[in-house]
Design a protein around this ligand. Structure first.
Ligand code: NAD
Ligand code: MG
Length: 390
């Protein structure tokens, strides 16, 4: 039996992971499940899967969780420290699917025990890529990509010599605002940003897809995970989301990874790697799809794509600042305090303000300086936000 834990079990990726586990219950021994405020769901899944412990990120919800788990034999725990303790529990495979930079520390803890980390939490690589990869290497642990584009590239590299790769192309659906003008984007509402044309995901990543911040994070994620040069990484808008990524080789060949837009593919690939197993995902009927459409991305309308290039150029703590400023700006947009395009404005201003402080060589990144940069960037967004008030 494989011992597994799921961080962010109550979210979109967490629930898709549980769906796969549920189909093959006898193969897994569930160690820890973690969630946030959705206590009922967390407790229900922890009891059903017979987890050793269930952890809510919110300290003030401990009593609720205890009550929901009472008599089940599943332990209850709460708070940031409890999350780290859960990550320290022995496991063979951990799904990292907390949203935001809160996912970084538990992932680092798990890697220190040599545990395989299935990484949906792209923010870990954006904020602290060199630290995460170095920690994995130092402890003989593996990080397996779960983001669909990165899983696609990873699969495209199987059996290949990475030095023969010329470029990688990650696709972007373009989100609901793909063909909107800048004037229209200015007035985009929360409800409109929450409607993704092809993927069903958590609210935050759905809005990040509409703003292209998600693709900006993924460009950086590609650089940090695979070690490609920024100028080898391209983005291609592909509204259907059938092609997840393409790997281009020195002889001009392009290997595309295709499939239905269903995260259970990438999750299942990471769960069964290095094997392939049956997965309950729809099979693509390409005759029905008919045409595949591609477009160049527009960096004037989608500023985050340009910012991602600047972040990679600066290096050091720029990724931590970029991600945290984005998370804070997104909070303000969700709260209705700023407009849709103000998110990129705030992030760019904070990056400019902090451009000198973030310079640091990759080897000096630590959890402490990453978290300090994260905190500082959020404080700067809070200070700048009133000037952009709607
Ligand atoms: P979600 O919002 O649906 O779920 C997030 C999970 O994290 C929940 O369990 C929530 O309780 C928990 N959480 C939230 N804040 C927390 C905190 N401060 N501390 C601890 N736990 C916290 O998010 P999601 O869409 O499942 O995405 C999870 C991660 O996977 C993100 O990093 C996202 O970018 C990445 N990802 C998601 C998809 C997708 O299809 N949903 C695809 C690719 C990558
Ligand atoms: Mg993705």
């Amino acid at each position: 039996m494989r011992r597994i834990s799921i961080f962010g079990a109550t979210g979109s990726i967490g629930q898709s992971t549980i769906d796969l586990i549920r189909r093959d219950r006898a193969a897994y021994d569930v160690v820890a499940l973690t969630g946030g405020g959705n206590i009922d769901l967390l407790a229900k899944d922890a009891i059903e899967l017979g987890a050793d412990v269930a952890v809510t990120a919110y300290e003030d919800r401990l009593d609720d969780l205890k009550a929901a788990l009472s008599g089940s034999g599943v332990q209850a725990a709460a708070g940031a420290q409890a999350l780290l303790e859960a990550a320290d529990r022995e496991a063979d495979w951990i799904m990292s699917a907390i949203v935001g930079s809160a996912g970084l520390a538990p992932g680092l803890h798990a890697l220190r025990h040599g545990t395989t980390l299935a990484l949906a939490n792209k923010e870990s690589l954006v904020t602290a890529g060199p630290l995460l990869m170095r920690t994995a290497q130092g402890h003989g642990a593996r990080v397996l990509p779960v983001d669909s584009e990165h899983s696609a590239v990873f699969q495209g590299l199987v059996g290949e010599d990475q030095s023969e790769v010329e470029r990688v192309i990650i696709t972007a659906s373009g989100g609901p605002f793909r063909d909107w003008s800048l004037e229209r984007l200015e007035g985009a509402t929360l409800a409109q940003a929450c409607k993704h044309p092809s993927w069903d995901m958590g609210q935050r990543i759905t809005i990040d897809s509409a703003s292209m911040f998600n693709k900006a994070l993924e460009i950086i994620e590609t650089k940090e995970y695979f070690g490609f040069d920024p100028d080898q990484i391209e983005v291609l808008v592909h509204p259907g989301s059938y092609v997840h990524a393409l790997v281009g080789f020195r002889d001009g060949a392009l290997m595309a990874h295709m499939g239905a837009p269903d995260m259970r593919h990438a999750i299942g690939y990471a769960l069964h790697w290095p094997e392939r197993r049956d997965l309950p995902v729809a099979r693509l009927d390409l005759a029905k799809v008919g045409l595949l459409r591609f477009e160049a991305p527009d960096e004037t309308r989608f500023v985050p794509l340009r910012l991602a290039r600047e972040v990679m150029e600066t290096g050091g703590l720029a990724g931590a600042v970029f991600n945290a400023a984005k998370e804070a700006a997104l909070d303000h947009f969700i709260a209705g305090k700023i407009g849709f395009l103000d998110m990129a404005r705030l992030v760019e201003q904070v990056l400019n303000q902090m451009s000198v402080d973030v310079r640091l060589d990759a080897g000096s990144l630590s959890l402490d300086n990453v978290l300090a940069a994260d905190k500082e960037a959020r404080a700067r967004v809070a200070a700048l936000q009133p000037a952009l008030k709607k």
